[in-house]
Design a protein around this ligand. Structure first.
Ligand code: NAP
Length: 495
């Protein structure tokens, strides 16, 4: 049976396996391909063209050649094309979601949700394209007028991770294209198919050749080296680990490129004594276990005040125990497999070390009976801040619960990390909500909610969680240069 049929796609042409350069499906120069594997079954889904520096250079050249005509379009003309792209994503959401589930493992309902969330960024930036406003500045000289205009930064390289293989690309490509930039995208090795499906839809939407390109690779280093060294690339927009983000930032320094970095997190979720415990439990479950715990904004540490600690832990364990682990294609599945065996090893190492250090496994703490990369839904209590599991991004279905007494203690513990992406806390006290909200050193703070991502608001981190914002008004700014025009000789002298 062919792969598209196995995936049950209504439109098998969405499953693409070559790179997309200058509007053409392109094999690698070497003819090499790499396997994309379904993490739930271990089955090979597709063999994708394995590209390197040479193909990346061609993609950048195509993006540079397409730039003048693309940026010369009116914002409204670009907006119409982006809107068409958005509509195709929504129309094909079931197929695109099935591709995400097949290559990444998340439950189908989350796969489809990712498509709609990613598409919403395209819709938003199709509108925002028309709002790249400049400004006029009251002059210091009657013979001069001072004007600021906004222009696209140029060719953008978008490098993305496997955990949201569709949405992370949509979130970068949409504002870049809206601003008048052209794009070369490099998806993760584990999940290139969602990016290639996006390219298929870009072609159908009528995006001109070269405006959106995708280069997939089994070895990211030569692609990254070309993208960060090529003089035509003006911005690197990266989502992934802090380690690789630092590496790319260093490489991009050689040609002083702009960088936007959406990096790792270590999100605290704080439950104060006065919280609505039912709501806190329900939201903590969503925040912790969404995408099998494999999101950069997943609650990585759950800090609970002494007065509600026992009650919270009991209810949280009961709710976690009710979650079903299984293949993403099973309708009852809440938590899919981990992405690969390295991820499984990391989760097991962190859990084992925590238990050896004194934490208690209230639930799970082992590889799931399903085998493969499935891991049991796990709850650890008695975790302390000095354990690796509280310091590193777990990226798995493991909840670590810590106990605290005072507000100051909770805020100090929450901020005691080099990361600063998302934080959550639960309280009914308005003064506490403001004080803690302002004291947390994070780019995003949710009060009485375990979810905060929307295309309407600026998403991003501080400290070693990154630079720049995606979404909201700020999202477009990231891809615009500010140009100051000083117009002189306006006093009419010599007329
Ligand atoms: P990763 O290892 O940093 O990989 C991210 C991307 O960078 C992949 O496409 C990867 O390619 C590529 N890459 C790796 N080495 C490279 C190099 N030398 N040159 C150029 N590209 C290179 O991260 P990941 O494991 O895929 O994703 C998980 C991480 O992403 C977590 O830390 C998570 O918190 C973070 N994340 C952050 C956000 C956010 O918005 N802040 C969102 C989602 C995820 P390969 O796949 O081929 O290695």
């Amino acid at each position: 049976m062919s792969a598209p049929r196995r995936l049950g796609l209504a439109d098998p042409a969405l499953l693409r396996t070559d790179g997309y350069i200058d509007g053409s499906w392109t094999a690698s120069e070497s003819g090499r391909r790499f396997d994309v594997v379904n993490p739930a079954t271990g089955e090979m889904i597709a063999a994708v063209a394995d590209m390197g520096g040479a193909e990346t250079g061609r993609a950048v050249a195509a993006a540079a050649a397409a730039l003048p005509a693309w940026r010369a379009l009116t914002a409204k003309q670009r907006s119409v094309l982006l809107r068409r792209w958005y509509e195709l994503m929504v129309q094909n959401a079931a197929d695109l979601g099935a591709i995400v589930t097949a290559e990444m493992g998340k439950p189908l309902v989350e796969g489809r949700g990712e498509i709609l969330a990613g598409a919403a960024y395209v819709e938003w930036f199709a509108e925002e394209a028309k709002r790249a406003y400049g400004e006029t500045i009251p002059t210091h000289d009657p013979a001069m007028r001072l004007v600021v205009i906004k222009q696209p930064v140029g060719v953008v390289a978008a490098i993305t991770p496997w955990n949201f293989p569709f949405a992370t690309i949509a979130r970068k490509a949409a504002p870049a294209l809206a601003a008048g930039c052209t794009v070369v995208a490099k998806p993760a090795e584990d999940t290139p198919l969602s990016a290639l499906a996006l390219a298929e839809l870009a072609g159908r939407a009528g995006l001109p050749d070269g405006v959106f390109n995708v280069v997939a690779a089994s070895d990211p280093a030569p692609v990254g080296a070309e993208l960060t060294a090529h003089p035509a690339v003006k911005k690197i927009s990266f989502t992934g680990s802090t380690e690789v983000g630092k590496l790319l930032m260093g490489q991009a320094a050689g040609t002083v490129k702009k960088v936007a970095l959406e990096l790792g997190g270590n999100a605290p979720l704080i439950v104060f004594d006065d919280a609505d415990v039912d709501a806190a439990v329900a939201q903590a479950i969503v925040s912790k276990f969404r995408n099998g715990g494999q999101t950069c904004v997943c609650a990585n540490r759950i800090l609970v005040q002494a007065g509600v600690y026992d009650e919270f832990v009991d209810r949280f364990c009961a709710a976690a125990a009710a979650l079903n682990v299984g293949p993403g294609t099973d309708p009852g599945t809440d938590i899919g497999p981990l992405i690969n065996s390295e991820a499984l090893d990391k989760v097991q190492r962190l859990v084992d070390a925590a238990v050896a250090g004194g934490a208690t496994a209230r639930l799970g703490a082992a590889v799931h009976a399903l085998g493969g990369t499935f891991y049991e839904t796990t709850v650890l209590t008695g975790v302390t801040g000095d354990m690796d599991i509280a310091a590193e991004e777990v990226f798995g279905p493991v909840a670590s619960i810590l106990r605290f007494d005072t507000d100051d203690e909770a805020v100090a513990a929450a901020n005691d990390t080099p990361y600063g992406l998302a934080a959550y806390f639960f309280t009914k006290d308005l003064a506490r909500a403001w004080q803690v909200g302002e004291a947390l050193e994070y780019g995003m703070v949710a009060v009485n909610s375990g979810l905060l991502m929307t295309e309407l608001a600026p998403f991003g981190g501080v400290k070693e969680s990154g630079i720049g914002r995606e979404g909201g008004r700020e999202g477009l700014e990231e891809f615009l240069e500010t140009k100051y025009l000083a117009m002189g000789g306006l006093d009419g002298a010599g007329r």
